[in-house]
Design a protein around this ligand. Structure first.
Ligand SMILES: Cc1ncc(COP(=O)(O)O)c(C=O)c1O
Length: 342
C-alpha cells in the first residue's frame, strides 16, 4: 500500500471512510480540471458523460459482471426505488434489523400494496430465510456495526427457498471482494470505500431479472442511444440494464472513474488485507478479539471527547465509537488513535 500513499492527503488521522472516503489525487485532479472547464465554458459536457461510462466499466470489472448489467444513478435509495416498486403485490421482504434505511424504506413505502417487511438480527439472516421469504435485502457489510454478511450462506439459503436477493454493497465495495453475479440485485454508492464524490451509485441486475423491473425513473439517459433520445415519441428504452439509468450528475462521475480504476489497480484483496490488519491491530490494542471487518465499533467511554482536537476523525454509531480503516491509513494511525483513547 505504501507505493500508493502519495495519492491521498489526509490532514490528520482519517478514520471515517464509513461516512465518506477521501479522493485519490487522480480523482481530485480530474475533478478540478472539469470544474475549470465548467467555469470557463471551455468544453461541452460530453467528456463528463464519458467518465460515467468509464466508471460503469470499472465498477463492472470490480464486481465481476458485464458493464451491460450495470445501471448508474446518484443514490442507493434512488436505484432501489424502481426495484421495490416492481416487486409483486404482497411480497414478503426479509431485512436485517439494523439495516441502513436506504435498503429498507423502499420496501416499507410499498406497504399499501401489501408488501411486508420482517426484520431479524443480521447474524441470523441466512437461517431466517424460509418459504415465506420472497425477497432478502441486506448489506454485505453493516454500516453501524461493520458486521460482514455470510454472503455464501445467504445466497445458498435464498436460492434454496427461491427468494430474490438484493445486496447493498456500499460499505463493502472497495475493500471486500464481492461477486455481484451471485445475486439478483447489487447496489452500491461510490462515495465511501470507492473514494468518489457523493452523487454516483451503481445497480447490477441479473439479466433474467431485468424484465421484471419497470424503469420508473426513465428519461433520455435510459434510451438505447442517449444522443437520439433527447426529444419526443416513442419510448425507446435501452435493451440492457442501462434502461434503469438516471441522468448522470457529471462532476461526481468525473471523480468516480479514476477512483474506481485506482481501486482496481491496487486490487481489492490487497486492500482487504491492509484494512483488516489495521482494524485488528486497533482491536487488539483495545483488548478486543480479532475480526474480519474494516469497520470497528468499540465501546470506549468518552471516546468523542478524547478525540476532540487531536486531528483524529471517527464517528459514533449506535452509541459506540466507529472507526473505519482504509488504504490511506497506516500503523502510525493505529498507534496515535490508541494513544488518544487509552
Ligand atoms: C449501507 C449504506 N447504504 C447506503 C448508504 C447511502 O444511501 P443513499 O445513497 O440512499 O443516501 C449508506 C450511507 O451511510 C450506507 O451506509
Amino acid at each position: 500500500m505504501a507505493g500508493y500513499r502519495s495519492q491521498w492527503r489526509p490532514r490528520g488521522v482519517y478514520l471515517n471512510t464509513a461516512s465518506y472516503g477521501l479522493p485519490p489525487e487522480s480523482a481530485w485532479n480530474a475533478l478540478q480540471q472539469a470544474l475549470e472547464g465548467w467555469r470557463a465554458g471551455g468544453t461541452s459536457w460530453e467528456p463528463w458523460g464519458a467518465a460515467t461510462e468509464g466508471a460503469r466499466t470499472a465498477f463492472a470489472a470490480l464486481v465481476g459482471v458485464e458493464s451491460e448489467e450495470v445501471a448508474i444513478g446518484s443514490t442507493v435509495s434512488g436505484l432501489l426505488g424502481p426495484v421495490a416498486a416492481s416487486l409483486p403485490d404482497g411480497s414478503r421482504v426479509l431485512v436485517p434489523d439494523e439495516e441502513f434505511t436506504s435498503n429498507l424504506w423502499p420496501y416499507l413505502v410499498q406497504g399499501n400494496r401489501g408488501v411486508r417487511v420482517r426484520t431479524v438480527p443480521a447474524a441470523q439472516l441466512a437461517d431466517a430465510i424460509d418459504g415465506n421469504s420472497d425477497v432478502v435485502a441486506f448489506s454485505a457489510v453493516q454500516s453501524a456495526t461493520g458486521e460482514v454478511a455470510d454472503l455464501h450462506a445467504i445466497e445458498a439459503s435464498a436460492r434454496h427457498h427461491g427468494a430474490l436477493t438484493i445486496v447493498d454493497a456500499t460499505q463493502a465495495c472497495g475493500w471486500l471482494p464481492l461477486d455481484a453475479s451471485c445475486f439478483d440485485f447489487v447496489v452500491c454508492a461510490a462515495y465511501k470505500w470507492l473514494m468518489s464524490p457523493r452523487g454516483s451509485a451503481f445497480l447490477t441486475v441479473r439479466p433474467e431479472r431485468l424484465g421484471s423491473v419497470r424503469p420508473t425513473t426513465a428519461g433520455w439517459y435510459a434510451g438505447e442511444n442517449v444522443h437520439s433520445s433527447y426529444y419526443g415519441m416513442p419510448l425507446r428504452l435501452a435493451r440492457s440494464t442501462r434502461r434503469l439509468d438516471t441522468s448522470p450528475a457529471w462532476f461526481s462521475w468525473v471523480g468516480t472513474q479514476p477512483a474506481i480504476e485506482l481501486v482496481n489497480r491496487i486490487g481489492v484483496p490487497a486492500i482487504q488485507r491492509h484494512n483488516v490488519e489495521l482494524a485488528n491491530t486497533f482491536r487488539s490494542g483495545l483488548g478486543m478479539d480479532p475480526g474480519n471487518s474494516a469497520i470497528v465499533p468499540a465501546e470506549v467511554p468518552g471516546a468523542a471527547a478524547k478525540l476532540e482536537g487531536t486531528g483524529i476523525l471517527a464517528s459514533t454509531r449506535a452509541g459506540k465509537l466507529r472507526t473505519a480503516w482504509h488504504v490511506y491509513n497506516t500503523r502510525d494511525d493505529v498507534a496515535l488513535t490508541l494513544k488518544a483513547l487509552l
